[in-house]
Design a protein around this ligand. Structure first.
Ligand SMILES: [Zn+2]
Ligand SMILES: [Zn+2]
Length: 368
């Protein structure tokens, strides 16, 4: 059996190829990919940022947000994963070791192997890893013994299913980590797929006031933020974010602020000023080492702020995200803006990356 795969051979160069579908061992599985979500990491990888840092090497099959149907599951894997052939699943990206202290403590997204060996994660592995087929931009994905799966309902549309990672990020970063509670005022800095996922998660948690920031050119995303339940939106290039938050919260400040803005550092500084004394800040926007935040740590100290860095999602967040997608009480299909075939993978990435004039993307899926 053959699988069509998209291979990244160099920076900004993808090629469609056919690879043999490997055999499935007792601890392994084979997934027929129905769709693969894209996020900012796909854009960064396409542009070569990860090879420049030595994190990945070409050639590789991109795609770390795959969902699909299991066509074959080894006997041991079926027991370990609690699944059978025919089940529909979402795949967690990281292949964690299961033995290091982080794994044993239940914080497996911080697994030593994930941090030490580059990125043992679907979509970032070289072609010679394992038995091959290690990326979601393909007809089939070969499932390594260390894979973590989540079952999804047979009826869930692929436009919803491929949002599982974006929504799980919102759940963990905006609710689980800062312990956002009923009635809280939450400031979400950034309105991409993670920011909008945070809006949904905060609304589900019962936040009393949800404020979302963006640029004037993000008006379509901010309109969607309001439609999803945000109470206020702020145009950071036209308004004073801190002053708006203080006005909205009656001078108290926000209980929680979440930064999901890539590269820009001003959101972190705004977060420190916009949260109340005793408030919580979650830093999730990757600045890429190009920018350092000029943070007045005395402000953090005197206000007794709690600052959390967050990276990745994790089981508890995936389960809640998949529940929200299954129930779909928030019209989450509105986050899905584009779908492309495997032969249009570069188009898909450039669409999400804002490189194509006139295409306003939020969640983009590759559908073989
Ligand atoms: Zn991603
Ligand atoms: Zn580990």
């Amino acid at each position: 059996m053959k699988a069509r795969v998209v291979v990244q051979v160099a920076d900004r160069r993808l090629e469609l190829a056919e690879h043999d579908v490997p055999c499935v061992g007792a601890n392994e599985g084979l997934l027929r990919v129905e769709g693969c979500g894209l996020c900012g990491s796909d854009v960064e990888q396409f542009r070569g940022h990860f090879t420049a840092k030595g994190i990945v090497r070409y050639p590789l099959i991109p795609g770390h947000e795959p969902v699909g149907t299991l066509v074959e599951v080894g006997a041991n894997a079926a027991r370990a994963w609690g699944v059978k052939a025919g089940d529909r699943v979402a795949v967690e990206p990281h292949l964690t070791c299961g033995f290091c202290r982080a794994c044993l403590d239940g914080t497996y997204h911080l697994c030593k192997s994930v941090r030490a060996e580059g990125l043992p994660s679907y979509g970032f592995l070289p072609l010679d890893f394992g038995r091959g087929l290690s990326g979601g931009y393909a007809d089939y994905l070969h499932l390594h013994p260390r894979t973590i799966l989540h079952r999804i309902p047979a009826a869930m549309p692929i436009e919803l299913a491929t949002q599982y990672q974006a929504l799980a990020a919102g759940v963990r970063w905006a609710v689980q980590v800062p312990r956002t509670a009923l009635g809280d005022a939450v400031l979400i800095l950034g309105c991409g797929q993670r920011g909008l996922g945070a809006v949904v998660a905060c609304r589900e948690a019962g936040a009393g006031t949800i404020i979302v920031t963006g640029l004037a050119r993000d008006r379509h995303k901010l309109a969607l933020a309001r439609a999803l339940g945000a109470h206020h939106t702020v145009l950071v290039d036209q308004e004073d974010t801190v002053a708006r938050v203080q006005a909205i919260t009656g001078g108290h400040g926000a209980d929680v602020a979440i930064d999901v803005v890539p590269a820009a550092t001003q959101p972190v500084i705004d977060a420190v000023e916009a949260v109340r004394p005793g408030g919580t800040i979650v830093i999730a926007g990757v600045k890429g080492g190009r920018n350092t935040v000029a943070l007045d740590t005395d402000r953090v100290l005197f206000k007794e702020l709690t600052v959390h860095g967050v990276y990745s999602q994790g089981r508890a967040a995936y389960e809640q995200a998949l529940r929200l997608l299954t129930e779909n009480r928030y019209g989450l299909e509105r986050l899905h803006t584009h779908r492309f075939g495997l032969d249009q993978a570069a188009q898909a990435i450039m669409t999400l990356g804002g490189e194509i004039e006139g295409r306003e993307a939020i969640c983009v899926a590759l559908v073989p």
